[in-house]
Design a protein around this ligand. Structure first.
Ligand code: URA
Length: 298
């Protein structure tokens, strides 16, 4: 069964394996394992959530979601409760340095720091072309004590409408990739390089990336993931501050302020080039191995 699946993957015939039993997700459920981005669910159903929850500062944290999709900083965020949180760090101050503070922030401090950052993002007008074009900014969503952050490029039309990253077709494929890794959206935190949609989904300019750098670096500094998965060249080049090609960056871990960073193809690219799915699956297997997450298809 496993060999068959692997050979189908290599041939680009199938997508990523579904969780556990290698079954396809039910029709109409693009999130594969089910929990996905529901506004009230928890991560406890995900096979990998136990190992993911051990991440932040060695604390045990039940899912805490930062999934506020609107422009307001005080809207009714779908945030579930927090249990067994580690003692608070001494200060909620977040420096602009990409390097993490010596001590991770407590969950309460993360919530507060992310709210401050979110309101700055909402008010940002540094890129006139993007500000004119956007319906709303797209900050980030997911577990705010994540072991793994998914780092994308920029919002598309669906994301711009909903204020949530990766909710369009590429997002549905990302959900499948996560499901194949026994993860769901609540296990990870998803953010983009740019917080505003570029007109016609064009590639972000270097200036736009630099204008947003303070935001995504601070966001990562607050979240302090052990692992970051860059989706596509724009995200990889921005985070790693490199001009190297995606092909050269794949297949190994890079260090960014103590986080292990892996680079793979963007799901939108995979939709256009399904043959590359097998390469992304190799990247994800490498990542899961390093994270200590067992895949049943292995
Ligand atoms: N592509 C991205 O890089 N990010 C999104 O949020 C959606 C599509």
């Amino acid at each position: 069964m496993r060999q068959r699946l692997e050979s189908l993957l290599r041939a680009g015939v199938v997508d990523f394996p579904a969780v556990g039993v290698l079954a396809e997700a039910p029709a109409g459920d693009p999130r594969g394992s089910g929990a996905g981005a529901s506004s009230t669910g928890t991560a406890s159903g995900s096979p990998a959530s136990r190992s993911l929850r051990a991440g932040a500062a060695g604390s045990t944290v039940s899912i805490v979601r930062d999934s506020v999709p609107s422009e307001s900083s005080t809207e009714g965020a779908a945030r579930s409760s927090v249990a067994n949180v580690a003692p608070a760090a001494s200060s909620a101050a977040v420096s602009r340095s990409p390097h993490p503070a010596a001590q991770p922030l407590s969950v309460d401090e993360r919530v507060a720091a992310l709210e401050v950052l979110r309101s700055e993002v909402c008010a940002c007008a540094l890129c006139p072309a993007l500000v004119q074009n956007r319906s709303r900014t797209v900050f980030g969503v997911g577990n705010i004590a994540p072991r793994l952050c998914i780092f994308g490029e920029a919002p598309g039309a669906d994301e711009d409408r909903q204020g949530i990253p990766f909710v369009g077709r590429a997002g549905q494929l990302l959900d499948k990739i996560l499901a194949a890794c026994t993860l769901n959206r609540d296990d990870v935190y998803i953010l983009n390089t740019l917080k505003c949609r570029p007109p016609d989904n064009r590639t972000p300019s270097e200036d736009e990336v630099e204008n947003c750098r303070g935001f995504f670096e601070r966001q990562l500094q607050i979240l302090r993931p052990e692992f970051i998965c860059c989706l596509g060249a724009t995200a990889a080049k921005a985070l790693l501050r490199t001009t190297s090609t995606l092909g050269r960056l794949r297949g190994r871990f890079h260090d960014v302020a103590g986080a292990k960073v892996i680079v793979t193809y963007h799901p939108a690219y995979l939709l256009r080039n399904p043959a590359a799915k097998k390469d992304t699956w190799e990247d994800m297997k490498l990542l899961m191995k390093e994270m200590g997450i067992a895949l049943s298809s292995e």
